[in-house]
Design a protein around this ligand. Structure first.
Ligand code: 13P
Ligand code: SF4
Length: 340
């Protein structure tokens, strides 16, 4: 379900600049590190100490210096930071910044699913609550899902039963990559599921030479993999990537553009539209085209510069995971981070 908050009043460019200064000054005063996800609004990304994907943000949270982490992302991400740094104060500027994917499975549902397959190894995307992680064997993100599942087959045996969730599109992608079936939960993110095969067909027709950067949570993932296997789209130009992987692609392609001045490239981006800002910053010589310009996550956009300023000023809203849950939830996260 999409959230129903009213849109914030837009700030003028001068107000934004002034508020960026206030935010940086407050962060210094509080000894706070500002972490922001790639889908955050540009002005929030601009004031962050680190901008990245969910895996990169978990790593930065674990290594963060200082007493306070101001997390500009959604609630499960702030929870993950709190699980990894229980001694730090983790703040989220808006407690309502949830996630439809994380809401698609709760601890009771996972416990029931586990009971149906008692020998199964549970792999859950980090887009889950702390309670769900506490019942999970391995976490993964879109950046490492294939590696995590491959690792399980290698270490637990080739015939291991895997329960993968909650994202069915990411699950289908992992199955296709490894050529193995898993038990896959039927959850999805409303934003990525809304990027449909028809969006890809329309952008392909309008931009025939473009590369495709596709987040594996997208509803078009399976059909694009089918186009690639049938030879309908050249595999060379199709990249299934986490948001961090998309950024790496942009940096690499920009490096090549510098070597060949004047050459412009096009890349169709199938993910939440906030991603366009960091991509454009990283590769000004590439035209990034959204596969679906309406694919905006209203949860991510609940985090605004004024709310971040208030969070740092008033030390609110603290996200703290109960220690007994945090202790169990840390196990699958640590296993994931150790795999890569
Ligand atoms: P990544 O940043 O890990 O690719 O995840 C995308 C996402 O949907 C986060 O909400
Ligand atoms: Fe959750 Fe989807 Fe928003 Fe990411 S884009 S936070 S998966 S609802």
């Amino acid at each position: 379900m999409a959230p129903t908050q009213t849109a914030p009043v837009p700030l003028s460019p001068e107000e934004i600049e002034a508020m960026k200064g206030q935010v940086r000054a407050l962060a210094k005063e509080r000894g706070a590190v500002i972490l922001a996800h790639n889908y955050q609004v540009p002005e929030v990304q601009d004031v962050a100490d680190y901008v990245g994907d969910s895996l990169g943000l978990s790593r930065k949270a674990a290594a963060a210096e200082g007493d306070v982490i101001a997390f500009c992302g959604v609630h499960f991400m702030a929870e993950t930071a709190s699980i990894l740094c229980p001694q730090k104060t983790v703040l989220i500027p808006d407690l309502d910044a949830g996630c439809s994917l994380a809401a698609s499975i709760d601890a009771e549902q996972l416990a029931d699913w586990r009971a149906t397959y008692p020998k199964g190894v549970v792999v859950m995307y980090v887009n889950t609550t702390a309670e769900v992680k506490a019942l999970t064997d391995y976490c993964c993100t879109s950046a490492n899902a294939v590696d995590v599942v491959r690792h399980i087959y290698e270490t637990h045996g080739e015939d291991t039963e895997i329960l993968f969730g909650p994202d069915m599109w990411l699950g289908a992608y992992v199955e296709k990559e490894l050529g193995r079936r898993m038990h896959v939960w039927d959850g999805e993110c409303h934003v990525h599921a809304g990027i449909r095969p028809t969006d890809i067909e329309a952008t392909r027709a309008a931009h025939p030479g473009a590369d495709f950067l596709i987040h594996p949570e997208c509803g078009c993932t399976t059909s694009v993999m089918e186009y690639v296997s049938s030879g309908d789209i050249s595999a060379e130009g199709v990249h299934m990537l986490s948001t961090g992987g998309m950024l790496k692609y942009a940096e690499e392609i920009e490096g090549r553009a510098e070597a060949r001045p004047g050459e412009r490239r096009e890349a169709v981006v199938a993910t939440e539209v906030g991603m366009l800002y960091p991509l454009e910053m990283a590769a000004p010589d590439v035209d990034f085209i959204p596969a679906n310009a309406e694919a905006s996550c209203q949860y991510m956009k609940m985090i605004t510069l004024p709310k971040l300023r208030d969070a740092l000023r008033d030390l609110k809203f603290e996200v703290r995971v109960p220690p007994e849950i945090a202790e169990r939830a840390r196990v699958p996260i640590d296993r994931m981070v150790a795999i890569g």
